[in-house]
Write a protein that binds this ligand. Structure first.
Ligand SMILES: [Zn+2]
Length: 303
């Protein structure tokens, strides 16, 4: 399939004036002159429409290594802790739920606390989630008709960076939340230690990521619809830094990504690595305090 490149205005402020930021293979990142947002433009049409994720579904989301790591108990532990601290019960919609692993964990740990719904653009991933008993909603989230159904919380775990128009998704989330409802979002941190050290070598400067947020641009994106309840910075993967430094920016295959996820999960589950994990937690905490960890996470309340 040939993908026709589509030029994008700034996904945060809508301005079209931008300067070159990074070139990596066919990926061109630019920086908005108005608000400083870094984003990809032009991008292949299949990323704009989301059809890419429908096609990719079977070989990446459903690969045994990816499924095994996604459904491991440690995979969403930080997200679950944060979610639980702010939302103890109610109707939850996970947008970009993929195979449903976050909601699966939520239901497993707190069986009678939540009514769960998952939404995604990837048919094969949703088929898998539905087969495991999750209620799923298919298609482009901004135009889904929820027929008046509303939610206590909407989550976007590693989703907003993939979207051509993240504002349309946040507007839709706002419209399906109850008054005072909560929205959780996690995105990669453009100002992370890994991104600063590795620059163009960093594997997450890649075609699937259309938007590259800093804390400032993320807050600017959400401020029209939401007030910020909490804002943190989490996760650090030294194996990624090491591999990408040695790999000199070569493409990392989806299989290799899935294998690494599986290995990282195995490290987290290995009780013999106690002292290493203590050091790791210390480093992660320090990076989080300095806003240098891999991801930015915000908890938002509907205005
Ligand atoms: Zn802008």
């Amino acid at each position: 399939m040939t993908a026709t490149p589509v030029s994008r205005p700034c996904p945060v402020c809508g301005d079209a004036e931008a300067a070159d930021y990074l070139l990596k293979g066919g990926l061109r990142l630019v920086r908005c002159r108005q608000c400083g947002m870094v984003y990809a433009s032009p991008v292949p049409e299949e990323f704009v429409s989301g059809t890419y994720y429908d096609r990719l579904g079977a070989d990446y989301y459903l690969s045994p290594a990816k499924l095994e790591s996604d459904f491991a108990d440690v995979r969403f532990e930080r997200e679950l802790r944060l979610f639980r601290a702010h939302c103890a019960r109610g109707a939850v919609l996970d947008v970009g739920c993929s195979t449903g692993a976050f909601l699966y964990q939520l239901n497993k740990r707190f069986p009678s606390s939540y009514d769960l719904v998952g939404a995604d653009a990837s048919g094969p991933a949703l088929d898998y989630a539905a087969a495991r008993g999750l209620r799923v909603i298919r298609g482009a989230f901004p135009v889904v008709d929820f027929a008046g159904e509303i939610f206590d919380a909407v989550t976007f775990w590693a989703v907003l960076e993939h979207l051509n128009d993240p504002r349309a998704f946040l507007d839709k989330a706002w419209s399906v939340l109850k008054p005072q409802g909560l929205c959780f979002a996690l995105v990669p941190n453009l100002q992370s230690l890994a991104a600063r050290l590795l620059g163009g070598r960093y594997r997450y400067f890649y075609p699937q990521h259309l938007n590259y947020f800093t804390r400032k641009t993320l807050l600017r994106l959400v401020e029209a619809r939401f007030t910020v309840v909490a804002s943190t910075c989490t996760h650090f993967n030294p194996v990624v830094v090491w591999q990408d430094w040695r790999g000199r920016g070569k493409d990392v295959s989806e299989q290799a990504r899935a294998q690494l996820l599986k290995r990282t999960t195995a490290y987290k589950q290995n009780t013999w690595l106690g002292p290493v994990k203590a050091l790791y937690r210390f480093v992660e905490t320090a990076l989080s305090r300095l806003s240098l960890a891999d991801n930015l996470v915000v908890v938002l309340r509907k205005k």
